[in-house]
Write a protein that binds this ligand. Structure first.
Ligand code: THU
Length: 145
């Protein structure tokens, strides 16, 4: 993984939005805040933070909060330009496997995924780059009917 220390202007502002979202995390159990900012095709930014639960498994990651929120607000799959994710990690945060699968479902394979940390380090990949060989909606197309 290549870790950079400077970011283009538009991605910097998206990462700043993710950082703002991070401060809104509800994390009484892990005390590990994560923030996400999802840029849509109209230039709107959808915020996401992780939201934990005393029963643990209902916990929702920052990335999925942003994606689900955007869909509930009227965006459709494919209407997203980029997502930035940030956490207080030693190296740029790595989205969990479940979030990678949800990104595959709702975003184009080429969509940039910008991952950062509070040290200002970041790395960039794409939706297909972070989940190669994914099971996708198209995987269902050859069902016997
Ligand atoms: N978490 C995220 O929100 N996104 C990630 O990419 C990794 C993990 C959250 C889930 C949980 O609230 C906490 O971080 C610790 O796993």
């Amino acid at each position: 993984m290549v870790v950079f220390e400077g970011l283009s202007e538009s991605y910097t502002s998206l990462m700043n939005a993710a950082k703002e979202a991070m401060s809104r995390a509800y994390v009484p159990y892990s005390n590990f805040q994560v923030g996400a900012a999802l840029l849509d095709d109209e230039g709107q930014v959808h915020y996401g933070c992780n939201i934990e639960n005393a029963a643990y498994s209902p916990t929702n990651c920052a990335e999925r909060t942003a994606l689900y929120r955007a869909v509930a607000d009227g965006k459709r799959p494919g209407q997203f330009q980029a997502i930035a994710v940030i956490g207080d990690t030693d190296t740029p945060i790595a989205p969990c496997g479940v979030c990678r699968q949800v990104l595959v479902e709702l975003c184009s394979p080429e969509m940039p995924v910008i991952m950062g940390n509070l040290k200002g380090q970041w790395t960039i990949s794409t939706v297909s780059g972070i989940l190669p060989g994914a099971f996708t909606p198209a995987s269902l197309d050859n069902r016997e009917r």
